[in-house]
Design a protein around this ligand. Structure first.
Ligand code: GDP
Ligand code: MG
Length: 337
């Protein structure tokens, strides 16, 4: 594609003017984030309600519930229904997974936060089955079960652990890491980068022989109502929702808002930009131009073809850089802890 075309040159000139105007206006950043269309955050698919019901029905054959959540959002986005329906009646441990993606300086604050709430937590990195969290999770689980009333399961010499959580937090990866560690067996539960990989409900998988422990893998269940926009966008940033339903540009805009607000300007170096900006279109246009992501489209007014930066692809690139940690190890709930 001829990206030096007249139209693109014109676009670049207007981009420069936009940047100059912005610089003149101010270098302060947004203190709150607003989305115009709240409807973008309506994502709860009906099958998740059914999944929750099936999990509830299985509870009588469960000894302990491990709730997996993303360590980048230890407070935000947990499904409140889990508490009322699933783990209210069973021993429960909160597993904050993907700890490799946050700065270790936050770990002590996260631990203290949950200690104050009497909530048992373990921080894990399922990409490394030798990590401390994976090592201590099963001993901790067995200890908790042995101190609990197992009711109808008292005489059984096997334990059953249900793994729950919102989509894509690493539930299947956790089962695989434990199974690999204790049984030296390879993957039993499919893992995927996009939400919704585990579709079969409640598959029973052995993870340890002595003591005999089974897990129940479950499909991810999102909170049915998004309590506020930021929580929805944090879930989206961590790739725990179907991002295309919300729109990558909106999620990228939230990321830019968050980075600027927390004075994290790594994006300048990552994308080779010269100036900070709170304007997502300016940033996305520059990323698109730098990465040569240009689209050809028809101008409705003139009928001729014009070349424009592909802003949606640029937004996806920005989000990928957040996911792979090249914008830094970011804990999005830092203000809540
Ligand atoms: N960086 C990192 N990625 C992880 C970790 N655990 C899982 N993942 C990735 O997260 C994605 C979702 O994992 P999966 O186990 O399918 O999640 P599930 O939907 O909760 O079962 C996959 O791309 C995994 O490779 C972790 O501890 N660290
Ligand atoms: Mg899964």
């Amino acid at each position: 594609m001829n990206i030096t075309s007249h139209n693109l040159t014109f676009y670049c000139q207007s981009l420069n003017i936009r940047k100059m105007v912005q610089k003149l206006v101010s270098e302060t950043f947004r203190s709150t984030f607003r989305v115009i269309d709240q409807e973008v955050l309506r994502w709860f698919p009906g099958h998740m309600g059914r999944g929750l019901k099936q999990m509830q029905q299985k509870l009588k054959s469960v000894d302990c519930v491990l709730e997996v959540h993303d360590a980048r959002i230890p407070i935000s986005g947990r499904n409140n229904d889990f508490k009322t329906i699933i783990f209210g009646v069973k021993p429960h441990i909160l597993v904050l997974n993907k700890v490799d993606l946050i700065d270790s300086k936050h770990i002590i604050n996260i631990k203290n936060y949950f200690k104050d709430k009497n909530q048992q937590i373990v921080l894990t990195n399922c990409k490394n089955q030798h990590c401390k969290g994976i090592q201590k999770l099963l001993p901790m689980t067995c200890d908790l079960i042995s101190k609990s009333d197992r009711f109808n399961r008292n005489n059984l010499n096997e334990f059953c652990v249900m793994i729950i959580g919102v989509p894509n937090v690493g539930k299947s990866s956790l089962i695989n890491a434990l199974r690999n560690r204790y049984l030296h067996k390879s993957k039993a539960s499919p893992v995927g980068a996009n939400p919704g990989i585990t579709k079969s409900v409640l598959t029973r998988i052995k993870i340890s022989e002595n003591p005999l422990i089974y897990t129940l893998d479950t499909p991810g269940i999102l909170t049915p109502n998004v309590p506020n926009t930021e929580i929805g966008l944090k879930l989206a940033l961590c790739n725990l929702t179907q991002n295309h339903l919300i729109g990558e540009s909106i999620i990228a805009d939230y990321l830019l808002y968050w980075l600027n607000k927390h004075e994290n300007f790594n994006y300048l170096k990552t994308f080779n930009l010269t100036e900070k900006s709170d304007d997502i279109l300016t940033i996305l246009a520059q990323i698109a131009l730098a990465k040569q992501k240009i689209i050809k489209c028809k101008d409705v007014a003139t009928g001729s073809y014009v070349y424009k930066p592909d802003l949606n692809t640029a937004a996806k690139i920005m989000l990928e850089h957040f996911s792979n940690g090249s914008l830094g190890k970011i804990m999005l709930d830092v203000d809540l802890i």
